[in-house]
Design a protein around this ligand. Structure first.
Ligand code: G3P
Length: 217
């Protein structure tokens, strides 16, 4: 059960890394835009600050597999832990196949069907990213998609890891793991909420009160 942070905010990534509970980071062009920085600077800084993460993803955006592989090269040169994120398209999967053959970690993103997940596995993807929230937005079951991919992969002993993405609430984290996700990538606000439970708060209040009373007596 691995937790990745889905953000390009380096300060927040460092805070998460310090908890010891974070295994990796995913970024995408939208998150990079929101950070107001260049992708290369963000990725480089994460590697420097968080050397023990198993995966830091950098997304390539191009029309052809050749261009995607070319775009990936500076990131690959940075570290063997860099994961190149490619879209689940004909060209993206061609790039995935090439990169995987060169032992580069890959994440096939924008996956919305079992058929796409099958192709990603065939292309040698390290991770496949079903977008749970966006499937739900379109009135299909995002978590069912995770379950269906997990069952299919299990039946055929596929090694590609299921990285549940576009997760927007804590409940879906538990469910995604229950349904067979290997990794959940989470916005920081969802990760932070995983700590919380009203009964923990109430219980702690009572223990604090009783501890103080016991110390007095
Ligand atoms: O990892 C993909 C994720 O960032 C997309 O999330 O909420 O924009 O669908 P969302």
């Amino acid at each position: 059960m691995k937790i990745f942070l889905d953000t390009a905010e380096v300060g927040q990534i460092i805070d998460g890394y310090k908890t010891g509970l974070i295994d990796g980071v995913t970024t995408n062009p939208t998150l990079i835009l929101r950070s107001g920085r260049q992708q290369s600077d963000v990725i480089e800084e994460i590697f420097e600050a968080c050397p023990n993460l198993e995966s830091i993803s950098a997304e390539v955006v191009a029309n052809t597999a050749e261009e995607m592989v070319e775009q990936a090269q500076p990131y690959i040169d940075l570290s063997s832990n860099v994961t190149i994120k490619v879209p689940c398209t004909r060209e993206g999967l061609k790039a995935c196949y090439e990169l995987s053959n060169d032992d580069v970690l890959t994440n096939v993103t924008l996956v919305f069907s079992v058929a796409q997940a099958i192709l990603a596995a065939k292309a040698g993807a390290t991770y496949v990213s079903p977008f749970v929230g966006r499937v739900d937005d379109n009135s299909f079951g995002g978590l069912c998609l995770v379950k269906d991919i997990a069952n299919t992969y299990k039946m055929h002993s596929v090694e590609t890891q299921i990285l549940a993405a576009s997760i927007r609430n804590v409940r879906d984290v538990g469910r995604a793991f229950e349904y067979g996700a290997n990794v959940c990538t989470l916005p920081v606000k969802v990760f932070d909420k995983m700590y919380d439970h009203i009964l923990t708060e109430k219980g702690l209040e009572l223990f604090d009160k009783d501890y103080a009373a016991a110390c007095k007596s």
